[in-house]
Each structure stands twice: as structure tokens, then as C-alpha cells.
Design a protein around this ligand. Structure first.
Ligand code: PA5
Length: 447
């Protein structure tokens, strides 16, 4: 059953049906490159049929370990960054209670930042809690999760002793190689493998995402089933049938007209981290070779009281995709007061969702009138099936869109530049040559 819809009818003042249909050959070409594994980055296409390939025994193994952790831990610390962080965070925020105190166990994230205060606060939080750890790194060598895991591992070993700590640590990494795989083997950590043909930002439906998501109490079998439904929605030829292809075509048409930024605007706070995940997926996949649509995210109606002004009247280089939820879990209505001192009785009896829907419609019309091309991505509900369809939709759409932009959507050469400088500045061996020059350039940069 379809749970997500892409609706570009309101774009008609900007793009004609014919123009979208003109993208059918480009869609066909992109699908061919994906299906026949003939395009750039073709050794990273393991995500393409992953939801169909994930079998019951893999799900069962992840669920079994997750149940064990759920029974013994109040907190699971997930250590990872980028694709080894955002997918699980997005899924958990989308499907869980809004406040972390209402979640049991709590899944908290670390290693996605370099900050002592954050880690200090985390250790404070852990003081009277039972703790487990999931350290996630495909390469096993990423600095941020690496140094964070050192701190957490030391804390775990001091708290539980080395053997018990090891039984509470799960490593998700390359199945055969890398520093983390070696450590997991030596220390006897339970572990999951990340398929070598699935890149970080496409890995949410591997154990990278599925394990922490399962620990959070989410039905991962239904999530994968939803992704398999997404596969069907995004497989056909033709922009009239393939919603991922249509969305990819629309973004490319607008980009070529000078709309170089896409704002993904949500109207529900539970969608904030889906946006963050999408920003990585789109930005890292497309921003290269001097091209790429800049992906930005806004949280409405919150941001209508800040960046809403810019959206309405700023530089006209943005297009907008409204990502909206049809059904919330709860329904709260506005109460009535006899005195009507705030003049809001005209809203009494209305649900927050009825009001939010009008906010969405009003914003869509205002932005269209303000020369922002806008379309809508509608989600049925906050369910695993909807989320699975959505995650797969975005993966496929960005892969297609990347090929339409003539880039390799599956590499990220640009992320190395900061790392090389950082390694040289920190004195890592092998970077001696760059070090002196960089030290000169940073002499006035001390914080
Ligand atoms: O999409 C990507 O490949 C990156 O964002 C990685 O996920 C990120 O750099 C983390 O890498 P690793 O899992 O090797 O620690």
C-alpha cells in the first residue's frame, strides 16, 4: 500500500507537464545505469535491492541482539558520524515519543561532534544508568567516532570491567577489514557487518541503522517491508509512474533554471532529522564537479517566524519541497474560553492538525506567489511502512538525480580535504610535508 506521494501540480506556473515528460529519456538512462550497474560508482549499488535481499534470518539476528540490549540497558550510546549516525537518528526521532525521557531504552548519539562538554554531559547522564554501546564505522578509522569510542570504552571498562564491558559493546563495521573489525575480534565484541557495496549515506537499512532502530523498540521487519514497497514505487520507467524519477526530474529542471537551492520544509518536528539525513544524502551525493543542488532544511511553522521572511522575499534562487504528514498519532484540540480574551475562540474545537494544515496551505500559496517553485511530498503517517518507503524513495531519487546531474552520486572526494589538513595539523604521521605550510597559515587562527 502506497504511503508516500509526490505532488507537483502547483508547479504548473513554473514547469509544464511536457517539460517533466521530456525527462523520460534521462530517467531511462539513469535507471539503466543503476539496474545494469554501468554508471559511475557502480561498485556502491548494494543499497538498490537491499530491502528485497534482507531476509528474515538477518532481521532476526539483529532483533535478538537488540532485545538482549533492551533487557539490560537503560541507555544505548550509538557512536558514529555521517552515514553511520544520521539514518538511525532520523528513524528514531520520526517514530518515537517526542521527549527522550519518555523513551526506554534511550538511544543517545555520540561521535558525531568533537566536544568535551557534550561528552562530559553524556558521562553525567550515564552515572546511574545501565549502559550499552554500539560503535559504528564502516572504515573503522574515522576520527570523531574513534576518539569518542576511546573515551566511552575506557569509561565502560572502568565501570564494568573489561570482560563485562565487552559484552555490552556491539561493533558495526566492515565485515572483514579495518581497525574496528580487528578490535571487535580481539575484545570479543558482538558485531554486525556493513556490506562493502553500500556507502555510508545509503546504509540506513543495513545493521548501521537497523540495530539501533531495533533497540529503540521499532519494528525493523516492517521498516524493511516498507522499503521494499518503496522499491516498487521507484522502479518503473516514466516520470508518470516513478515518483523518485519524477522528483529527480523536477529538481533538475529547476536547478537548470537557476534555482540552485532546494529547501525541504517540514511541518512536524518529528521530521527534523529526516531532513538532516536527506541533507547528507543529497549534499554528499550531488555536490561535486562544481555542480549540485544545495539541500537546506526548514522546520515550519517554527522557521516561518525566522527564515520565513527570507523564503518569502529573499534571493529567488530557491525551490521548496514541503514534506508533510497526513496523520499524527494523537489529536489535541484547542479549548474554548468564555471570555475569549485572546480572540482565539474561532479556533476552539479545531485540532492542531487542522490548524497546521491551513498553515501548510497558506505557506505553499504565499511562497508560490512569492516566486518560489514548490511541490509537496505527502507522508501517510508515522509508521514503519511509511518511513521505509520514504527512505528508499530518497535514496533512489538522489541516485537518479545525481546521474541526471552527470556526477558520481556514490563518492565523496571532497570530504577528504578537511581531514588531510586536520591530520597534518594534528601531527599524524604521513602528513609531514603539508604540516609546516599549514602551521604558517593557521598562526593567527587560534581560538
Ligand atoms: O556517506 C558517507 O560515506 C560518510 O558520510 C560516512 O558515513 C562517514 O564519513 C562515516 O564513515 P565511517 O562509517 O567509515 O566512520
Amino acid at each position: 500500500m502506497q504511503k508516500i506521494w509526490y505532488d507537483d501540480r502547483f508547479l504548473s506556473d513554473y514547469i509544464s507537464q511536457g517539460e517533466i515528460e521530456n525527462y523520460n529519456p534521462a530517467l531511462s538512462e539513469a535507471l539503466k545505469m543503476l539496474n545494469e550497474k554501468s554508471g559511475p560508482g557502480n561498485d556502491y549499488l548494494g543499497w538498490l535491492d537491499l530491502p528485497l535481499k534482507t531476509d528474515a534470518s538477518q532481521i532476526a539476528a539483529i532483533k535478538e541482539k537488540a532485545e538482549e540490549i533492551r533487557s539490560k540497558a537503560d541507555v544505548l550510546i550509538c557512536i558514529g558520524i555521517g552515514g553511520s549516525y544520521l539514518g538511525a537518528k532520523a528513524a528514531i526521532e520520526f517514530l518515537s515519543a517526542s521527549f527522550e525521557d519518555l523513551r526506554k531504552p534511550r538511544v543517545v548519539f555520540a561521535g558525531h561532534t568533537i566536544n568535551s562538554d557534550y561528552l562530559g554531559d553524556l558521562l553525567e547522564l550515564l552515572k546511574d544508568k545501565e549502559v550499552a554501546v554500539n560503535v559504528i564505522s564502516k572504515s573503522g578509522t574515522t576520527t570523531e567516532p574513534g576518539i569518542t569510542f576511546r573515551v566511552i570504552r575506557q569509561w565502560m571498562e572502568e565501570r564494568y570491567g573489561r570482560k563485562e564491558a565487552a559484552s555490552r559493546i556491539v561493533a558495526t563495521t566492515d565485515p572483514n577489514a579495518g581497525a574496528l573489525r580487528k578490535l571487535a575480534h580481539e575484545e570479543g565484541y558482538a558485531s554486525f557487518g556493513i556490506p562493502s557495496d553500500v556507502g555510508g549515506r545509503f546504509s540506513v537499512l543495513t545493521a548501521v541503522g537497523l540495530f539501533p532502530i531495533a533497540v529503540a523498540g521499532i519494528d525493523i521487519a516492517a521498516l524493511v517491508e516498507g522499503a521494499a514497497q518503496g522499491y516498487e514505487l521507484c522502479a518503473p520507467e516514466g516520470v508518470d509512474k516513478n515518483i523518485a524519477g519524477r522528483y529527480a526530474a523536477v529538481r533538475n529542471i529547476l536547478f537548470r533554471r537557476g534555482y540552485t537551492t532546494e529547501v525541504m520544509a517540514t511541518f512536524q518536528p518529528q521530521l527534523h532529522f529526516i531532513n538532516e539525513w536527506w541533507k547528507q544524502l543529497a549534499g554528499e551525493s550531488e555536490g561535486k564537479n562544481g555542480t549540485g543542488i544545495f539541500p537546506a532544511g526548514l522546520d515550519y511553522t517554527t522557521d516561518l517566524h525566522s527564515l520565513g521572511q527570507w523564503m518569502q522575499e529573499g534571493v529567488r534562487s530557491v525551490f521548496e519541497t514541503f514534506m508533510v504528514l497526513k496523520n499524527t498519532n494523537a489529536s489535541v484540540t484547542v479549548p474554548s474560553f468564555d471570555d475569549d480574551s485572546d480572540g482565539l475562540n474561532y479556533l476552539s474545537g479545531k485540532s492542531f492538525e487542522q490548524i497546521n494544515e491551513k498553515a501548510y496551505q497558506g505557506t505553499l500559496l504565499a511562497h508560490l506567489d512569492g516566486s518560489v517553485p514548490a511541490a509537496t511530498l505527502m507522508l501517510q503517517d508515522r509508521s514503519e511502512h511509511t518511513l521505509g518507503q520514504l527512505l528508499y524513495f530518497f535514496e533512489k531519487a538522489i541516485a537518479i538525480s545525481g546521474y541526471m546531474l552527470r556526477v558520481n552520486p556514490f563518492d565523496q572526494p571532497g570530504v577528504e580535504a578537511y581531514k588531510k589538513n586536520m591530520f597534518a595539523l594534528l601531527g599524524k604521521s604521513g602528513y609531514e610535508q603539508q604540516r609546516d605550510q599549514l602551521l604558517l597559515r593557521t598562526k593567527d587562527m587560534s581560538l
